[in-house]
Structures are given as structure tokens and as C-alpha cells.
Design a protein around this ligand. Structure first.
Ligand code: SER
Ligand code: ZN
Length: 497
């Protein structure tokens, strides 16, 4: 990696008159030998290769390697020069970055077209050259370091893209008897049990399917949540940016988020034009609205992230572990990319989110207990054909990092059920061990100082229904007796003429 930086130190007085050329030369020599080598291996570091004083400006040309990056060198120099000039009653007012060029080795064939704070990118035989557009403030904010990190991430992502997403079978149930071979959504619509709502990928669930959803929840509660000692909480369903910054979603959620905006002001006058426009056209004036709102975050997406604010900045006594909580208080929203399909792939869905927190070995162990309980539910209550697979962790996928967790301690298990009507497997829930990602991201500590870990598991009600109904159909007498009695009688409320 090579760095070439041209910058001016802007001073409060005419340096050329106060200081002699040989004094500056001495200072530069001293910096080159000591200051710009400090912390680098022998023979490495940064170097001033040109220094020109003109009136109130000191122009510096700095070259460096990856050990002391040129912008770090410049920040060191600013202090050193300030000390020196102080003796002559001259201060440094600021810096101007004229040119900043970073060159490094790069994969052939991986073209980067655009980067923030980069005015030009050149690719030449196994190398990439960046021409940065940065000022003093961005150097202090370590923007160049972050750009270099970003490039490393992009390279990593490109390596993963070629490969298939990681998928490894862990468990497969016995073959089961199917009583249905159609798309359950079609049948549900035909029977008026559900209707597509006004929104994209959004459904209205009639009394029958709602009762089935509630039965799923009850089965889950009686056979998993309660015996494992879970307590219910209510997590927020609007997620402000601050949460997604800490959860990592801010790195990549944009193509899938449902955005939330607030009015820039509540003042009715500010909105009058919009109201009037609607009244005379019956059209919603989208552009006028866009000017008057502020994106403040998005709708619940992964469900557990906004919970962590509850623990943010706290120290937890070891004896309160493990913490086991769940939320089923609202919808999740995703702008689905893979194409919407009935109740299998939707933009608005319902999920019970289960979160457990503890020390590493307990969190890993607890995931096993959950898996056993799930297994019993799928065998005894739903009697479905399903399998478990180790996959790319959901949070890594959502952060745009598809690299798999190496040790297999951290990661996601997806549950999939076969859909007889299509022969495809549908992912209907997951169990994830998230490592220390959340406690770290939200600064939650353990009293003993040991590492705090967490896991989460999302039970998608629509997905459970899609899997179950696709295999067992809508005739209750074909359902496993235990589930039939968990559901009870299906209500008949509506009839249409
Ligand atoms: N939070 C996890 C997810 O979004 C589990 O529900 O998949
Ligand atoms: Zn979660």
C-alpha cells in the first residue's frame, strides 16, 4: 500500500519571514528520522519528500507505506509544526488537503466504480489507485482508513459472491404423509380465509387462519417458551437509525427496508399546500410530501435489534443469567427481493422472536435445548417433513458480509419444510447464536467482565402455516389430533354473496 499526500498547513503569520530555511530543513529532517518512523518496523513509515514555505503556508509532500499512513503522518506533523512555530508566536489555523492518492494491490477483474470521498478511481494491472477528495475534518474522522476497510470488505464480499451461500444439512425428519398437493395460499383465498390487503405483500387474515396462528403461538408457549423459562416483552416496531447503526443493519439494509419518515414540522400551514393539492386532484402529491418529511428509520425488520436499547450501557449481574425473553407484539416488514408469493413470501409478516442472553457456553447449550423442543413440536403437533441446515448467519448476510462463521459456534440454523405442491423447501424459522455481536454493539457488560453472548430465534407464523397447510391441507380431520385440539373449532364469521 502506498500513500501520497500533498497538504498545506495554514499559519497565522508569515512563516517565511519568521523562520529561516535551514531551521525548517532541520525540523523536517528530525521528523523524518523520528516522528514519522515511530511505531513502524525498521525501514518503514512515512517521509516528508518535499517542504515548501510560501508566506503563511507550509506545503508538505508526504509519502508513506501502510505502517504510518500519510494522513496519520500529517496529523503528527501538524502537532510538531505547531510546537515549533509556537516558539515564533505563529499558530496553525488549519490544513488544506490538495491531493491524496492511495495505491494498493487489487484483484484483476474486480472493478470499483464509485467510493465515497473518492474523486477518481483507476485500475491498472493488479493495482487500484484512489484519488481522494478529503479535508482536514475527514482526516480527523479517519475517513481514509474507513475507505480502505470498505475496500477490504468489498473484496471479501466479491470472493463470497461467486460461491453458493453456505448450506449444510444437520438433521432431516422422517418422510411424512401429505394430504394436499396444491398451493395453500390459493386454497385459503378460495375459502375466504385470507385476502390480499391494500399493501404490497400484505394480507388480511380472517378468523380461521388467525385462530391457527394463535394455536401455533400457544403450542410454542406451552411446549417451549414456558418450560424453558421465557418471559414476554414488548419490543418497539419502529426502528430508528441509532439502533441499526449499533446492530450493523445500517451497513446494508437499504434495499430491503420499509422506511419511516416524520413530518419536518407539525405546523398545519406547512402542510396546507399538500392538503389542498389532494383536495382538488384526488391524487397524493408525492413530490410535495417528499420535501416535507425526514427519514428517521424503518419498520421492524429483524425484530430483536430494538430490544437491545433496554440493556444499552448496562452492567448485568452474572447471577441473573441466562436471560430469556420473547416478543410477539407486532409485524415485521421487508421489501422482498425474491418475488412475493402468497403467505410464503410477504412484505409484512408476523413472527415470535425469541432472545436468550448468557455466557458463551450457556448460549450455545441453550440453542441445543431450543432445537430439541422445536423437534418435538414438529413431530408431535405438526407432524411435518422438515430439516435443519447450517447456513450463512442471518446477521452476516444482512450486514452484507456473507462470510461464514468459521468455528461453527456462531451462526444460524435454518428450518426448512418441503412444499409438496412445488417440491421446494421453504425456510420457516431459524435458531441463531449471534456471539457477542449485540452486547458489543449496544455496550452491555457482565459484572464479572466475562464475555456476554446472545442468540435469537424467529418463528414466522405465516411460514409455519404455509409449511403445515401445504403438507396437511385445510381439512381439519387430516391434521394431527394434538394440533387439531390445540386449534379447536374454526370460526365461521363471513359469508359473501
Ligand atoms: N432476528 C433474526 C432474523 O431476523 C431472527 O428472527 O432472522
Ligand atoms: Zn433476532
Amino acid at each position: 500500500m502506498e500513500f501520497l499526500l500533498k497538504a498545506d498547513l495554514k499559519c497565522s503569520g508569515r512563516v517565511s519571514e519568521a523562520v529561516s530555511a535551514s531551521e525548517i530543513e532541520e525540523l523536517v529532517k528530525h521528523c523524518n528520522i523520528e516522528l514519522l518512523k515511530k511505531g513502524a518496523p525498521p525501514g518503514c513509515g512515512a517521509e516528508i519528500v518535499g517542504c515548501k514555505v510560501a508566506g503563511e503556508k507550509i506545503g508538505l509532500n508526504i509519502v508513506s507505506d501502510r505502517f504510518i499512513r500519510a494522513h496519520d503522518a500529517l496529523l503528527r506533523l501538524k502537532n510538531e509544526f505547531a510546537k515549533f512555530l509556537g516558539q515564533h508566536r505563529i499558530g496553525i489555523r488549519g490544513m488544506e488537503i490538495e491531493d491524496y492518492e492511495i495505491a494498493m494491490e487489487w484483484e484483476e477483474g474486480l472493478e470499483i466504480k464509485k467510493l465515497p470521498f473518492v474523486r477518481e478511481i483507476k485500475h491498472e494491472e493488479g493495482r487500484i489507485k484512489l484519488f481522494l477528495d478529503v479535508d482536514e475534518f475527514s482526516l480527523e474522522k479517519r475517513i481514509p482508513d474507513r475507505i480502505i476497510r470498505l475496500l477490504a470488505d468489498k473484496r471479501e464480499a466479491a470472493r463470497w459472491k461467486g460461491k453458493k451461500e453456505h448450506w449444510e444439512l444437520l438433521f432431516e425428519s422422517n418422510k411424512k404423509r401429505f394430504f394436499f398437493d396444491k398451493d395453500p395460499t390459493e386454497e385459503l383465498i378460495k375459502r375466504d380465509w385470507i385476502k390480499h390487503a391494500a399493501g404490497r405483500g400484505q394480507w388480511i387474515y380472517g378468523p380461521q387462519l388467525t385462530k391457527i396462528f394463535r394455536a401455533f403461538e400457544r403450542v410454542l408457549f406451552d411446549n417451549l417458551l414456558k418450560p424453558l423459562g421465557y418471559e414476554e416483552m414488548i419490543f418497539p416496531k419502529f426502528v430508528p437509525w441509532a439502533v441499526w447503526k449499533r446492530s450493523g443493519h445500517a451497513k446494508g439494509i437499504y434495499p430491503e427496508a420499509y422506511y419511516v419518515c416524520t413530518p419536518k414540522t407539525r405546523d398545519p400551514e406547512f402542510w396546507e399546500e399538500v392538503m389542498d393539492y389532494y383536495k382538488v386532484t384526488n391524487e397524493i402529491p408525492l413530490n410535495m410530501i417528499k420535501e416535507r418529511i425526514e427519514p428517521v428509520g424503518g419498520m421492524c425488520y429483524a425484530q430483536c435489534p430494538p430490544f437491545w436499547v433496554f440493556l444499552q450501557g448496562k452492567i448485568i449481574p452474572d447471577e441473573t443469567l441466562p436471560i430469556k425473553i420473547f416478543d410477539r407484539s407486532g409485524t415485521s416488514h421487508r421489501y422482498e427481493s425474491g418475488g412475493l408469493h402468497g403467505i410464503e413470501r410477504l412484505d409484512e409478516f408476523h413472527r415470535v422472536e425469541i432472545v436468550w442472553i448468557g455466557k458463551k457456553e450457556h448460549v450455545i447449550e441453550h440453542a441445543k435445548q431450543l432445537r430439541e423442543k422445536y423437534r418435538r413440536i414438529f413431530e408431535e403437533f405438526l407432524d411435518i417433513e422438515w430439516r435443519e441446515a447450517w447456513v450463512t448467519p442471518w446477521f452476516m448476510a444482512q450486514e452484507g458480509k456473507a462470510g461464514m462463521a468459521e468455528l461453527k459456534e456462531i451462526g444460524t440454523i435454518d428450518y426448512e419444510a418441503i412444499l409438496p405442491y412445488s417440491g421446494k423447501w421453504l425456510e420457516f424459522q431459524n435458531v441463531s447464536v449471534n456471539g457477542d455481536k449485540y452486547p458489543k454493539g449496544f455496550s452491555v457488560k457482565l459484572q464479572s467482565g466475562e464475555d456476554l453472548w446472545s442468540g435469537c430465534s424467529g418463528v414466522g407464523l405465516e411460514r409455519w402455516a404455509a409449511a403445515f397447510l401445504a403438507q396437511k391441507g385445510l381439512e381439519q380431520d387430516k391434521w394431527p389430533a394434538k394440533f387439531r385440539s390445540a386449534v379447536g373449532e374454526l370460526p365461521e364469521v363471513f359469508r359473501f354473496l
